[in-house]
Design a protein around this ligand. Structure first.
Ligand SMILES: Cc1cc2nc3c(=O)[nH]c(=O)nc-3n(C[C@H](O)[C@H](O)[C@H](O)COP(=O)(O)OP(=O)(O)OC[C@H]3O[C@@H](n4cnc5c(N)ncnc54)[C@H](O)[C@@H]3O)c2cc1C
Length: 257
């Protein structure tokens, strides 16, 4: 079973962040593997292990030629990485990202594609489903448990009240939640092995996508960014023997009771 995991390299969330002149996150510094994507990598490794054959390929897109985050996924156990890296990708929106990932993934023809539910820096949560549409694959989002049964994938799909059981024929695309598995730490042996695993670097020209990426291909524009309003201080009630009545009156005032 061959599984592709889409992994995004993002600026370290622990470092100070800033926006560039086009209101985009400044990604010019060191990039790391998005922690949200480590769940997909772990899930893929476990599914391939269970199947007894196949491999995990990580696929990424980014303007910078940084591959440290991909090496991290390789150190966890992925067999190889593909990164589409090109200066012309700067300013690419979510649909453009999906087009690039789709073109790269077509070269691999996997049985299953895993993505995180949303990235930790962009948060649109739209790339995976656009990717599935472009590849004409069924997609199931918010997977909290995944089982492969022959040519079918069975998913427990997280909902607000519990979960739905959903099945789809393979190949399919799934987005996983942080609860799906516990990602492993890369071992020293894994880190050393990752150094010699193949990382294929593709350009936009290799995928024949010139004109569909970057600001020219983008259908979204970030026109402004404003800080969220700071939270108002709450009202303080001192219990002078009438605490319960005050709570009930408050809950009635906001129509909870
Ligand atoms: C108008 C606009 C301009 C932008 N300009 C820039 C820019 O100049 N420079 C820049 O770096 N970014 C830019 N971005 C953001 C970048 O295009 C986003 O990474 C992209 O839109 C994906 O959205 P997201 O991060 O919200 O992904 P989500 O949909 O939240 O991600 C969900 C999952 O999809 C997969 N995924 C998403 N992105 C990637 C990726 N790149 N590689 C591999 N897997 C991925 C991962 O599995 C991820 O966990 C721009 C976005 C917009 C809308």
């Amino acid at each position: 079973m061959n599984v592709v995991v889409c992994v995004k390299q993002i600026p370290d969330p622990a470092a100070p962040q800033s926006l560039d002149a086009s209101h985009n996150l400044d990604r010019s510094g060191k990039l790391i593997l998005d922690e949200a994507d480590t769940y997909g990598v772990e899930m893929a490794l476990q599914l391939v292990d269970k199947a007894g054959s196949g491999e995990v390929t990580v696929v990424s897109m980014g303007a910078a030629a940084d591959v440290a985050g991909l090496r991290n996924a390789l150190a966890m156990g992925a067999a190889k990485a593909i990164i589409v890296s090109d200066e012309s990708l700067r300013g690419t929106d979510a649909l453009g990202t999906a087009k690039v990932l789709a073109a790269a993934i077509r070269r691999v023809s996997p049985d299953l594609i895993l993505c995180a539910t949303e990235s930790s820096d962009g948060y649109t949560g739209t790339t995976p489903v656009q990717l599935a549409e472009l590849l004409s694959l069924p997609s199931i989002t918010f997977a909290k448990s995944i089982t492969i049964d022959g040519t079918t994938v069975k998913v427990e799909r997280q909902t607000e009240t519990g979960y739905d059981e959903v099945t789809a024929p393979l190949p399919a695309l799934l987005t996983v939640t942080a609860g799906v598995v516990e990602p492993r730490y890369a071992s020293f042996k894994g880190i050393m092995a990752a150094k010699s695993k193949p990382v294929e670097v593709l350009s936009v020209a290799d995928l024949a996508l010139a004109g569909e990426v970057g600001p020219t291909g983008a259908r979204q524009e970030i026109t402004d960014v404003v800080a969220t309003e700071s939270r108002q201080a709450g009202e303080k009630y001192v219990d002078e023997g009438d605490g319960a009545e005050k709570i009930v009156a408050f809950l009635e005032s906001i129509k909870v009771l």
